[in-house]
Design a protein around this ligand. Structure first.
Ligand code: ASP
Ligand code: MG
Length: 404
């Protein structure tokens, strides 16, 4: 069986007109002799709305009931798609997670798919049917409904492609693919034709909101090629695949930026072994994600300044933890929200020397000061004053020739 998984995001099924279009996309694959498994997200806005309602009733809404509630948007969109396919003469049926069943593990609201029972779906496919499966949901061993985290229908599509050994997994969305940087900010940004899982992970966890980051990790582990394309325009999108499938002459694949970071500086920390661990332990125990870190030794060698970044949402918690931490002594605590993190990403930098220098030099020429730096094998990030975000991205986009 030649199976294709087609996943439709919220805006792609956002109105009945769009659902008509989606039905036509689906049948175009049937005409090409594919067996199609459809995975749908809720109509755009529906999930947000349900979450808002839960918050109005309780700021500590029972998570198991939260999953029952927020998964309900997918029931509506799947029925609409199946109903439309039936109307235009195709055999189709909607399936909720529990009907298949899709078994998940982990906590409510952030579960992971561990097994999909395939028999019923395979039967239906063999009999010429088009199953339309609700994304974002499953059940756990207690037979309670679970969900996979916001944007989780991407993870559903990828795990379904994996379990059914699909030939293709296509993510239909409202953008044409993954871009070299945010097209709303840099007008000459370009659609990336092929990108590796690793690069895509960096791009999406750094703010390019095309796919749920954890779903890319699932795809990487299972070696599933993903096509991201627009459901509005019939154009080739972006292929997310293994590194070795990619031939490219550019060093840098994309540039991303975030504006929700905050810089925390501890000034005049008594320097002794274990001090960094004492600072970060309570943060990690409270699920505060520390991103970039720099430590300077002061002139007298007895004190150090430690700077790191966290998400702005965590400022209050972090401040409290640091001030209440009896294991550390410092003279001052400074917090600055006026920062943004700019990252250049590309597997090409592994084999090309001088990328760091080029990045720093390009920023220096525009008199943009770098406050903190962090690097990984395929990424260099710098923290700068927020007001220079656009300027910095534009200059780096040009420096690494991403606009041509
Ligand atoms: N409807 C869910 C959400 O809005 C899942 C998804 O869209 O992928 O998060
Ligand atoms: Mg979505």
């Amino acid at each position: 069986m030649k199976i294709v998984v087609l996943k439709f995001g919220g805006t792609s099924v956002g109105t009945v007109e769009r659902i008509r279009k989606v039905a036509n996309i689906i049948t175009s694959y049937i005409k090409k002799r594919y067996k199609v498994i459809v995975v749908s997200s809720a109509m755009s806005g529906v999930t947000n709305d349900l979450i808002k309602k839960s918050k109005k009733l309780s700021n500590n809404f029972n998570l198991s009931e939260y999953d029952v509630l927020v998964s309900s948007g997918e029931q509506m969109s799947c029925a609409l798609i199946s109903g439309r396919l039936n109307h235009i003469g195709y055999k189709s049926q909607s399936w909720m997670g529990w009907q298949i069943p899709i078994l998940t593990e982990g906590s409510h609201s952030s579960s992971r798919i561990v097994k999909i029972y395939k028999k019923r779906i395979i039967n239906f496919l063999e009999n010429g049917g088009i199953p339309v499966i609700a994304g974002f949901q499953g059940i756990n061993l207690d037979r309670r409904i679970t969900t996979l985290g916001r944007g989780g229908s991407d993870a559903s599509a990828i795990m379904i492609a994996q379990f059914f050994k699909a030939e293709k997994c296509i993510i239909y969305t409202d953008v044409e693919g993954v871009y070299t940087t945010d097209p709303r900010m840099i007008r000459d940004s370009k659609k990336i034709k092929v990108i590796s899982y690793e690069e895509m992970l960096e791009m999406s966890s750094l703010g390019a909101k095309v796919m749920q980051p954890i779903s890319i990790q699932d795809a990487r582990l299972n070696r599933i090629d993903i096509n991201v394309k627009s459901s509005f325009k019939n154009k080739t999108g972006t292929l997310i695949t293994k590194r070795k499938n990619i031939f490219r002459n550019k060093i840098i694949t994309g540039i991303s930026f975030t504006k929700n970071d905050a810089k925390v500086s501890l000034v005049g920390v008594k320097d002794k072994p274990g001090v960094a661990a004492s600072i970060f332990k309570p943060l990690s125990e409270n699920s505060i994600n520390v991103d970039m870190v720099v430590q300077n030794i002061s002139a007298n060698g007895k004190e150090t300044d430690l700077t790191f970044t966290i998400k702005s949402d965590d400022i209050k918690k972090t401040e409290k933890l640091l001030k209440n931490n009896k294991k550390i002594k410092f003279r001052d605590l400074l917090i600055n929200k006026n920062v943004s993190k700019i990252s250049i990403i590309g597997v090409g930098m592994i084999t090309t020397p001088g990328v760091t220098y080029r990045m720093f030099q390009a920023l220096a020429e525009k008199l943009i000061n770098i406050q903190v730096i962090s690097t990984s094998e395929i990424k260099i990030s710098v923290l700068i004053n927020k007001k220079y975000t656009q300027k910095a991205v534009a200059i780096l986009h040009k420096e690494f020739k991403l606009n041509n």
